[in-house]
Design a protein. Structure first.
Length: 267
């Protein structure tokens, strides 16, 4: 099965969802129907922890959801909607990804499972962490969902692999000074789980002192780069072939040979 994929990479205008929607619409307007569109983490507002409460939207009435539904219908595409600061009813706000089918129906939501905690930039001071990893079933296969810092925790992706995901996605607002680590981690997750791995990161300024990494990419099941951006605001468009991946898994059955449990026994 060949899948047409779009990855959106933008510089988010901090706190201005309308401007960010306009940016993405402008980038997407020259593209027709595809199978999957992936947006970056916090494309709606940028990384601005102290103001997350101000930016928060109620999920089901949000501008974010309205835009994602329109995008799915316009491009007849499944959409992994990056993430936004959202809440449901009276719950606490979370860093939430909405996943939709081609008809604009919500397939599932994913709340970021590992909240970033480096250098006093803790999301946990402002957000509620997610309760579970999420595998979403689509008409193009089963997709393991992750957000940014999640990529540092291989156990989560091994869980996805053991549950027969067809490919995995990581949406990020990754800092540029750690870009080499991001690329290496993405390739590692692809290789160890024999899967296509899609990354969608913000680019441009975080603030006056730091920039986002950009470098959104698609890596194949051997960690090879299928397609990749640098730091420009741009669409990454390519095709991936799941049949090639499945043939490789049969020839090199690493996942089948992996023990479900590793334990050091006392002698």
């Amino acid at each position: 099965m060949k899948i047409k994929v779009i990855v959106v990479q933008i510089e988010s205008v901090t706190g201005d969802i309308d401007s960010n929607i306009n940016k993405i619409n402008t980038l997407l307007k020259e593209y027709g129907n595809v199978d999957l569109i992936v947006l970056p983490e916090l494309w709606t507002t940028g990384w601005d922890c102290p103001n997350f409460e101000k930016y928060a939207e109620e999920l089901y009435s949000s501008k974010t959801l309205k835009f994602l539904k329109e995008t799915a219908l316009k491009h007849n595409s499944n959409v992994i909607g990056g993430s936004a600061i959202l809440k449901k009813a009276n719950e606490k706000i979370r860093n939430t990804c909405i996943i939709l089918d081609r008809n604009g129906n919500i397939l599932d939501t994913y709340d970021k499972f590992h909240l970033f905690s480096l250098r006093n930039q803790s999301e946990g001071l402002y957000l509620e962490e997610g309760k579970t990893p999420v595998i979403v079933k689509t008409d193009i296969g089963k997709i393991g969902i992750s957000t940014c810092y999640d990529i540092r925790f291989p156990e989560m992706f091994r869980l996805y692999a053991f549950n027969d995901t067809d490919f995995m996605v990581n949406m990020a607002a990754w800092p540029k000074n750690f870009v080499d680590e991001y690329i290496t981690l993405a390739k590692a997750r692809a290789i160890e789980n024999q899967t296509y791995f899609i990354t969608a990161s913000l680019t441009g300024k975080i603030n006056e002192n730091f920039n986002f990494a950009g470098n959104s990419a698609i890596y194949d099941y051997q960690g090879r780069t299928v397609a990749k951006l640098d730091t420009e605001e741009k669409i990454l468009y390519t095709e991936i072939n799941l049949n090639d991946m499945k043939e490789y898994r049969e020839q090199m059955p690493i996942l089948k040979d992996t023990k479900k449990k590793y334990q050091i026994l006392e002698k």
